[in-house]
Write a protein that binds this ligand. Structure first.
Ligand code: ZN
Ligand code: ZN
Length: 253
């Protein structure tokens, strides 16, 4: 299983960058996890977007799903659209996703844009999905809206993406022993006041250690943040070297 970082920015993309998007490939099977702003154009540098088997969305914040809109336009109206294979890519959205997409694109009177472009299925987080040689499972994690961590398992091992979350045990249990944990590390220090929704660099390291992840990659982090301190904070808690996601990085499991 090969994982490529298509985009790793937090809610605003880096210069020339993209928000959340991770390409998972095994044999002929292609899966995109999240499709945030900037991801669609970057995806095209790696694969034929019409040949992606499935897109899985962790949650319905814009930095994780908004490029489904240009993706839908391409599947519907591009010069190649008529020749695209059927069925189209399957879009596994969180429960309630259909209504959210209808609201967004309904603002310009195209409420069914996304569901007509993709084969849209709202996943049941308790149920595993099978995609060729890949098994996809979900676990809810605490964030500002309903959000699911995703684990992709193949014969070679497992890749876990923590999505966006505040400190929690659920992710630790879900990711236990995973070969690669891609974990959000948005913050240098905890949010002050109000509900927490993200992890600090140190917390990301601590979660990786508690989960006994074999390899830990920090993501959802801005390129102009203090990456040296992020690395130091995370490694101190993880107890071993970590990596910080960069676009185009690949990981083999
Ligand atoms: Zn979010
Ligand atoms: Zn996010």
């Amino acid at each position: 299983m090969k994982i490529t970082v298509i985009g790793k920015s937090p809610a605003w993309q880096d210069a020339g960058g993209a928000c959340s998007g991770y390409l998972v490939e095994e044999g002929d099977t292609t899966l995109l996890v999240d499709c945030g702003n900037g991801v669609f154009g970057k995806l095209r540098e790696y694969v034929d977007y019409a040949a992606v088997d499935a897109v899985v969305v962790t949650h319905l914040h814009s930095d994780h799903c908004i490029d489904l809109i240009p993706y839908s336009y391409a599947l519907s109206y591009s010069p190649r659209a008529r020749a695209f294979p059927h069925p189209r890519p399957t879009l596994y959205a969180p429960p309630g996703g259909r209504d959210v997409f209808r609201q967004i694109t309904g603002a310009w009177n195209a409420p069914e844009l996304v569901e007509q472009a993709f084969c849209l299925i709202e996943y049941e987080p308790q149920q595993e999905l099978t995609l060729g040689p890949l098994t996809i499972s979900f676990h809810e994690v605490p964030h500002f809206i309903r959000t699911h961590a995703v684990k992709v398992t193949s014969a070679g091992g497992s890749f876990t993406f923590g999505a966006d979350c505040c400190p929690n045990e659920a992710l630790v249990e879900f990711a236990r022993g995973t070969d690669l944990l891609m974990i959000e590390a948005t913050l240098g220090a905890p949010e002050e006041g109000g509900k927490r929704g993200h992890l600090t660099w140190a917390e990301a390291g601590a979660h990786g250690r508690a989960a006994a992840a074999r390899r830990l990659v920090l993501t959802h982090i801005a390129a102009d943040d203090d990456l040296a301190r992020a690395r130091a904070d995370a490694e101190r808690e993880f107890g071993r070297p970590i990596e910080i996601a960069v676009e185009g990085a690949t990981y083999n499991i």
